[in-house]
Ligand binder design. Structure first.
Ligand SMILES: NC(=O)c1ccc[n+]([C@@H]2O[C@H](COP(=O)([O-])OP(=O)(O)OC[C@H]3O[C@@H](n4cnc5c(N)ncnc54)[C@H](O)[C@@H]3O)[C@@H](O)[C@H]2O)c1
Length: 339
């Protein structure tokens, strides 16, 4: 095995520790430094990872010539500045989702990474999850037929964010799944929602996306729902798939259901829909922690120079939709074209 890759992680809040644990456990990584403004958070990390250096100053990471790669698990408004600094210092970057606060910022980061031949990857965790990979396999096999639409619901009570609305917080997951599974792009977007608790920050939104080749998608996001829901439905003209991420065993169910309209009819009596109510089956999935796969993929991309499955270009596709969703929200749900 080639030399270990020296990694620093910035952000030891809620999500950072999951990345820290996976980088620490990867045999090809030397987790060198952790950064957080909060000394309390650093102390908590120190108790688990004694030999790792700690700092409250992000510049120390960027200026450390021994560090090869920087992982950014900071609040979203800092993603662009911190990722740009790291890339300009010649570090490979894994930045959490959403990649940045605007599409222009994403484009800038992509240009720097390209010019400097560095790996820039976004934390689209679901692209590395076993059930989503299984779903992609099923869709690609043609088992569902032509995809008519996709619907995703990500509801919960909290976690309220201060700098972004619920679409920017939760929908990156649904959007990255959508683009990965369908290998398609959005052509227009509309979004409605409401800011019920914090003025100006929507906590419930309904986003509709028209896709170029695969019908449309509906993404419902909420921090204000009594029940946690993590559900994705993909409706094809042959079969229908439901993914419930909260199910312990049968996470994916495929229903042999459908409706066939009569090709032509002369009278109402001839007009009979044929409803198909066939079997349901649930494919077996070998579960692996998605972050473990994501971390290994980041390391492989750094070593081989191949673009990541959740590259900066994928990050940009997601942020373009998020940006359009905010424009649509401001204009009470008007359709925003992405072309
Ligand atoms: N991929 C996923 O499934 C997933 C899940 C949750 C969160 N996230 C993403 O992770 C990122 C962090 O989210 P979180 O929920 O952990 O937030 P958080 O607020 O819990 O943690 C952020 C941490 O950054 C630190 N920080 C703030 N400014 C700093 C600075 N200038 N320098 C150093 N440290 C600083 C804070 O002290 C805090 O500990 C966000 O981008 C979020 O979207 C991803």
């Amino acid at each position: 095995m080639a030399e270990k890759i020296n990694v620093a992680v910035a952000g030891c809040g809620y999500w950072g520790p999951n990345l820290i644990r996976n980088f620490y456990q990867n045999p090809e990584v030397n987790l060198k430094k952790l950064c957080d403004l909060s000394q309390d958070r650093l102390n908590t990390m120190k108790a688990m990872y004694h030999e790792v250096e700690l700092t409250t100053d992000y510049d120390e990471i960027v200026q450390d010539a021994a560090i090869d790669a920087v992982v950014i698990a900071l609040p979203v408004h800092l993603h662009h500045t911190m990722a740009k600094q790291a890339l300009e210092a010649g570090k490979h970057v894994l930045v959490e989702k959403p990649m940045a606060s605007t599409a222009a910022q994403c484009r800038e980061l992509n240009e720097i990474a390209k010019a400097k031949k560095l790996t820039l990857m976004v934390g689209h965790t679901f692209v590395y999850s076993a059930p989503i990979r299984k779903i992609k396999e099923i869709v690609d096999s043609g088992d569902l037929g032509q995809i008519l639409y996709m619907s995703s619901r990500r509801l919960n009570l909290g976690l309220y964010q201060k700098d972004i609305n619920v679409t920017w917080d939760l929908a990156p997951h649904d959007l990255s799944i959508l683009f990965y599974v369908l290998n398609d792009r959005a052509v227009s977007v509309n979004c409605i929602g409401a800011a019920n608790i914090t003025p100006g920050i929507e906590d419930v939104t309904n986003l509709s996306i028209n896709m170029e080749h695969h019908g449309f998608a509906m993404v419902q996001s909420s921090w204000l729902d009594p029940i946690k829901v993590r559900e994705l439905t993909i409706v094809g003209n042959k079969r229908m798939l439901v993914f419930d991420d909260l199910e312990q065993v049968e996470k994916i169910k495929i229903y042999d259901k459908g409706v066939d309209a009569p090709p032509s009819y002369n009278s109402f009596a001839d007009f009979i829909f044929a409803y198909r109510n066939g079997d349901m089956y649930s494919p077996a999935i070998k579960m692996v922690e998605p972050l473990k796969v994501e971390v290994q993929h980041f390391i492989d991309c750094i070593r081989t120079g191949t673009p990541s499955l959740s590259s900066g270009e994928e990050g940009l596709k997601v942020v373009e939709v998020l940006e359009a969703s905010s424009q649509s929200l401001q204009q009470k749900g008007v359709n925003i074209s992405l072309l």
